[in-house]
Design a protein around this ligand. Structure first.
Ligand SMILES: [Fe+2]
Ligand SMILES: [Fe+2]
Length: 288
């Protein structure tokens, strides 16, 4: 939200803005009729070797279940309408992945969903901050994969639809959280920043747990050596963080400036890039 914005965070006008924009930008499409490209043998092998389809498919199904369970508990009708749409979009992401899995013969199956936590609102909030973190890292990874032409461009165009919807979700979520905190009398900016930091720490812990689990289950697969080399050739951590930061800024630039946007991760990334640049310069200057 820019400094001159007449809209006060947490007000009725703010609520109408972030809900209505979300509702108005919902798109209608059926994953089964998207222009899925024909892949040749090498492209198919690469797509099938990606080790995280199972996890992504499960995450999207779980997302749909969490948001659908949270929807009827939302008191405000306009917020409820927007949350319901998000639930539909998450379920459609799962369908999109299932269409892809079937069409290209990917080794991923429908696993039983874990029981949802008793406190569904906390589950929704944890999920929301998790999405903010996943999307921020995903922006950079998506750019790297697209640039390396890991898959044909029409495939990235399909995933672009999904990425854009995830970006809408996190913008909606950040605004919802700020509005919710104001409703509960916890609207002061430093307090909201502290709440976000706490939830981000939880999201990071879960993400690290997932990476550890992924390493265990993918032992024995060669993705790291073969396919990943396409990404990792000349990989620079600083470049990756920079890509996340830039892509985040680019994707956020299409939203109404009167809406709040995720701030913490871009701010950390900005500082990290500056620090890494300095470190790289010092290392170059150091006599061998
Ligand atoms: Fe999703
Ligand atoms: Fe989402």
């Amino acid at each position: 939200m820019n400094a001159k914005s007449p809209i006060r965070v947490g007000s009725e006008a703010h609520k109408t803005l972030f809900c209505q924009q979300f509702i108005d930008t919902h798109e209608l499409y059926d994953p089964a009729t998207l222009p899925w490209p024909q892949l040749d043998k090498a492209q198919l092998d690469r797509l099938r070797a990606v080790p995280f389809w199972q996890e992504v498919y499960h995450t999207e199904r779980r997302a749909g279940a969490i948001v659908a369970a949270f929807t009827p508990t939302v008191e405000d009708p306009l917020v409820r309408e927007a949350v319901a749409l998000q639930g539909q979009e998450e379920a459609r992401h799962a369908r999109l992945l299932s269409v892809m899995i079937d069409r290209y013969g990917i080794d991923a199956t429908e696993q039983p969903l874990e029981k949802l936590p008793a406190n569904i609102e906390t589950a929704f909030i944890d999920f929301g901050f998790g999405e903010c973190m996943d999307s921020f890292l995903g922006f950079g990874a998506f750019k790297t994969a697209r640039q390396s032409e890991f898959l044909p461009e029409p495939m990235f165009e399909i995933f672009e639809v999904l990425m854009h919807e995830e970006t809408r979700h996190i913008v909606f979520f950040i605004n919802y959280m700020a509005w919710r905190e104001v409703q509960r009398g916890r609207g002061a900016a430093p307090l909201r920043a502290l709440t976000s930091a706490w939830y981000y720490a939880r999201a990071l812990r879960r993400l690290l747990g997932m990476v550890r689990r992924g390493q265990d289950t993918n032992d024995g697969r060669d993705f790291a050596i073969t396919e990943a080399s396409m990404f990792l050739e000349g990989f620079s951590f600083r470049q990756f963080v920079e890509d996340c930061y830039r892509e985040n800024a680019r994707r956020m630039s299409v939203f109404d400036p009167d809406l709040l946007q995720p701030r913490l991760l871009p701010a950390i990334a900005d500082k990290a890039v500056a620090g890494l640049r300095l470190w790289e310069r010092r290392r170059k200057l150091k006599p061998a």
